[in-house]
Design a protein around this ligand. Structure first.
Ligand code: ASP
Length: 584
């Protein structure tokens, strides 16, 4: 028996007990005549004590050779501590050691295994197994487990069945590149790893499973973007005989359950806004609504004077920054520099100070009088003491720029509180999205998403205007889930492929299996998928998903611990009928 108790377990009530503990040596304090060892495991830390008086000499000398991170087993008697440590649950006792076994010696770790470590990101990733011994990482993984467990509990209680779908499949388009796997037995042929189980979950509906979910790995070969992982986890869900309303209710239920169980937060009914409104009011399809600063469109009150910058703009739009009138001229200049950075890309920024006495002072006083500025304040909801920031230009671009400014200012003003939760549904997404590069329409969600029946006639006349039965669940400015009602008849699916530029042959070759299935009694169905990594990070009040993944990849998509990806040897290449054609 390696242990009778864990290192987080012993209390005053155990005084006098003979116990055996195992774990890692966090720290050794050697006073010469007395020695303390902090023994750590997943459950906590227990202090071991040995001294010249009470401890056998051989044992005492042996203990002096123990170093940090050694794996040891100790047997002894629980005694009350002279000086208690109120910071840890076991702080009132210690174990007077009578027997010690070194189960495994350890090299000095490359960074300190403490809550605040001296190890940089790369080093911690290289020795992630040591990093996982640290409380913050360990606790994040346990937290993730709890969230996953609550998801399973909730959905199982709601009659969802978890079904596994295959990883070696054919391409499922979710807008990224596929990771491919060569097939040794089928020369020159490849599997694709799923970007999501989309087609399989739809086939499960045709199979009559009715309510499906799966906590599942998905793989997307995307260009490097901060805080993206090439493999990530989804809570993937699908239901049959449902309309959009049913899905929204079902998964609002799940989200509310999680916020309740995990964060002890009760959220009332989630607000719903259309994509069009989200873009107009927040310049963003995943608005953070923990704070206001809604957009005010100013064309009507800013394009009647001689100010050409505004007169030539498609959109003039502003926000009120609460308390922003306290900014100095220098602060504002810095803000203007900030919006002009290439990452934001604005050409400039016009502002109007709202003085406490109700008067205004703007950077364009030459063109606009007090009456004009009062209207700007009214449209943006600015109060005395606020600052109105105005951008102008091409609608799409200027909305994105003002949205970036809104988020930045909210961050600076401390309005993005991690312990506040503001979910909302964004509905009525466009079905199609114009892609500048390929000069073609792409499915905004995916090609299986159903258009709104009333918008179908627009498919031929104004495809960009067709709305889909597609929705996103947004939490604190992050898209945490997205889904749609699906097409479930062959004709509509064929029409959709046609609009996406597939020839009937291409559609058949790639998705014939799904179209065939639609001919054998496909029920109306729809679903959603949540990004588990991000959801867990947000519920945990943190920014980066990497901290909640046991073995994450770095920003270059590499696992620096196992050193992957890596080349494979000639023999393996030959076996897979692959030939490398490297440029260098
Ligand atoms: N398959 C979709 C995705 O991965 C989610 C869905 O439509 O259910 O985003």
């Amino acid at each position: 028996m390696y242990r009778s108790h864990t290192n987080g377990e012993l209390r005053l009530a155990n005084v006098g007990n003979e116990v055996t503990l195992s774990g890692w040596v966090q720290k050794v304090r050697d006073k010469g005549f007395m020695l303390w060892i902090d023994l750590r495991d997943r459950y906590g830390i227990t202090q071991l004590i040995l001294d010249e008086e009470r401890t056998d000499k051989t044992l005492f000398d042996q203990a002096k050779n123990i170093g940090r991170e050694f794996v040891i087993q100790a047997t002894g008697t629980v005694i009350e501590r002279q000086s208690k440590n109120n910071n840890i649950p076991t702080g009132e006792i210690e174990v007077l050691v009578t027997k010690l076994t070194i189960l495994n010696a350890a090299k000095t770790p490359p960074f300190t295994i403490e809550d605040d470590t001296d190890g940089g990101e790369e080093l911690r990733m290289q020795y992630r197994y040591l990093d996982i011994r640290r409380n913050p990482v360990k606790e994040n993984l346990i937290f993730r487990h709890k969230v996953a467990q609550e998801v399973r509990n909730y959905l199982s209680n709601e009659d969802f069945i978890e079904v596994e779908t295959p990883y070696l499949i054919k391409s499922t388009p979710e807008g990224a590149r596929d990771f491919v796997v060569p097939s040794r037995m089928n020369e020159g042929q490849f599997y694709a790893l799923p970007q999501s189980p989309q087609t399989f979950k739809q086939l499960l509906m045709v199979g009559g499973m009715d309510k499906y979910f799966q906590i599942v790995k998905c793989f997307r070969d995307e260009d490097l973007r901060a805080d993206r992982q090439p493999e990530f986890t989804q809570i993937d869900c699908e239901m049959a005989f449902v309309e959009q309303e049913d899905i929204l209710n079902a998964f609002e239920g799940l989200t509310r359950h999680l916020l309740q169980k995990i964060n002890n937060v009760d959220v009332a009914e989630f607000p719903r806004i259309t994509y069009e409104e989200a873009m107009r009011t927040y310049g963003n399809d995943k608005p953070d609504i923990r704070f206001g600063m809604k957009f005010g469109e100013l064309n009507a009150v800013a394009q009647h004077k001689e100010f050409n910058v505004f007169n030539q703009a498609e959109l003039v739009v502003g926000i009120a920054v609460p308390g922003g009138n306290s900014y100095t001229r220098k602060d504002i200049d810095k803000l203007i520099d900030w919006v002009k950075r290439p990452q934001v890309g604005a050409l400039g920024m016009v502002y109007a100070r709202c003085n406490e006495d109700g008067s205004f002072k703007s950077s364009v006083d030459k063109f606009y009088d007090q009456e004009d500025l009062a209207k700007w304040a009214e449209v943006t909801g600015a109060k005395p003491g606020d600052l109105v920031c105005v951008l102008s230009g091409d609608t799409t671009k200027v909305r994105a720029q003002l949205s970036a400014l809104r988020m930045e200012l909210a961050e600076r003003l401390g309005l993005r509180k991690p312990d506040e939760f503001a979910p909302l549904w964004v509905v009525d997404f466009p079905l199609l999205e114009w892609d500048e590069e390929t000069e073609r329409f792409h499915a905004m969600h995916h090609p299986f998403t159903s258009p709104k029946p009333e918008d179908m006639p627009l498919l031929d006349t104004n495809p960009a205007k067709v709305r889909a039965n597609a929705y996103d669940l947004v939490l604190n400015g992050n898209e945490i889930g997205g889904g749609s009602i699906r097409i479930h008849d062959k004709a509509t699916q064929a029409l959709m492929f046609d609009h996406l530029g597939f020839t009937p042959e291409e559609a058949k070759a790639q998705f014939g299996f799904l179209m065939n299935a639609f001919e054998y009694g496909a029920p109306p169905h729809g679903g959603i998928a949540f990004g588990l990594d991000r959801l867990v990070a947000i519920l945990g009040g943190q920014e980066t998903i990497r901290d909640f993944i046991a073995f994450p990849k770095n920003n270059a998509g590499r696992d620096v611990m196992i050193d992957a990806p890596a080349s494979i040897d000639e023999a393996q290449l030959t076996e897979l009928s692959l030939k490398l054609n490297l440029k260098s």
